[in-house]
Design a binder for this molecule. Structure first.
Ligand code: 9MG
Length: 361
């Protein structure tokens, strides 16, 4: 369903270390040490979309007519601290390291197809500072072929079983298939990461609910095989919001509480360059969904489109730029290939942003 009003926090800045009583310091952003100073109010009526920036005072004083309650609910959702995700505090940006257990992975060329190599790679990412290890056995890069369930299970289960006793990092299973979700949960996975937001497999909602695990709901338009042929949107930023909001509602109706959900706008999934950059520039809008936000831009094609870097392994600087821009907008989880480089960049970004290396250590 299409919303009539959306609110995006803008003017995001580090919270003053000493927020003296009565001192104005903006409004809180998702329980992070960040504040916002203004909002973009977006009104939508069919194809008509009106955007305007309002200072917080104006936003509160103005009568938004029949939208007043909705606007205030959205601002409430933007401000609320997010609960821990599988025990992980989300008051600072967290790193999800990518472990592709696929022969055709788009960026590591299938280098980690053997179980031992995949486990060793994952443990190295954990050493380098990954909070979450995302294990995937089906490539979802544009044009990728479908992988049968038995094949996917044979790729990911031994890796999860091999990893579980050796790391305290959280393990997420990147899959669209209900059976893989259930078996991965049994093998010790902590989080489900579904690029189809539990729409691909008709059993996925029920099975995800049964596992009791948190779920990452990603937006995609179409199936990986053909998704980037001709993606169509009214307004990509708002259409993605509406889709994610409807998937949160579907999860809640299926018994998955909102406290266990994460949303992800799905960079590159049924999106061309203008769609991807619009979503990244407006990513703070998704805080109004009231759940943590994840961004996965690492080594993706959009970096080539922007900077002309055809080899995915040469896209580390662009990947880090995307991650830092997202962190500055309060995005809680960054899905990356290059954990050590991202960790270093985030640490320096945090120190420069907050004036201390202690704030988010
Ligand atoms: C599996 N996978 C590939 N890209 C992704 C992204 O951007 N987000 C999430 N959640 N998963 C992804």
């Amino acid at each position: 369903m299409q919303r009539a009003i959306y609110v995006r926090p803008v003017g995001i800045f580090p919270a003053p270390l000493d927020e003296g009583e009565g001192a104005w310091s903006g409004l809180p952003l998702a329980g992070q040490p960040l504040r916002y100073a203004a909002v973009e109010i977006i009104e939508r009526d069919g194809a008509r979309v009106k955007r305007r920036i309002a200072a917080l005072g104006d936003a509160f004083e103005r009568d938004w007519g029949r939208h007043t309650l909705a606007a205030s609910d959205l601002m409430q959702a933007i401000g609320a601290a997010r609960p821990r995700l599988a025990g992980l505090a989300l008051d600072r940006p967290r790193i999800m390291g990518i472990v592709n257990v696929t022969p055709d992975s788009f960026s590591d060329g299938g280098r980690f197809v053997s179980v031992d190599a995949a486990v060793a790679h994952a443990l190295r990412l954990a050493e380098e500072g990954a909070d979450i290890l995302d294990i995937g056995g089906e490539s979802t890069r544009p044009g990728a072929d479908y992988v049968p369930v038995e094949e996917e299970l044979s790729r990911v289960l031994p890796v999860i079983e091999g990893l579980r006793p050796h790391t305290e990092a959280l393990i997420s299973i990147d899959t669209r298939k209900a059976e893989v979700m259930a078996r991965a949960a049994g093998a010790g996975a902590d989080i489900l990461n579904d690029v189809s937001a539990l729409t691909h497999d008709r059993d996925a909602l029920a099975v995800a609910a049964q596992t009791g695990l948190p779920v990452i709901l990603m937006h995609a338009q179409g199936d990986p095989k053909t998704m980037n042929d001709n993606p169509q949107y009214g307004d990509v930023v708002l259409d993605v919001f509406d889709f994610l909001e409807s998937r949160i509602a579907a999860c809640e109706a299926a018994g998955i509480p909102k406290a266990k959900l994460v949303v992800d706008p799905g960079i590159g999934f049924g999106k061309h360059l203008p769609h991807n950059v619009a979503v990244m520039a407006n990513i703070a809008l998704y805080h109004a969904l009231g759940v943590p936000v994840l961004l996965g831009a690492s080594r993706k094609k959009l970096i080539d489109h922007i900077s002309d870097v055809s080899n995915p392994q040469d896209r580390v600087p662009g990947s880090i730029a995307a991650a830092l821009a997202a962190a500055a907008r309060g995005v809680q989880i960054l899905r990356v290939h290059d954990v050590a480089a991202t960790r270093q960049a985030l640490s320096v970004w945090q120190a420069s942003m907050f004036g201390t290396d202690k704030v988010l250590a």
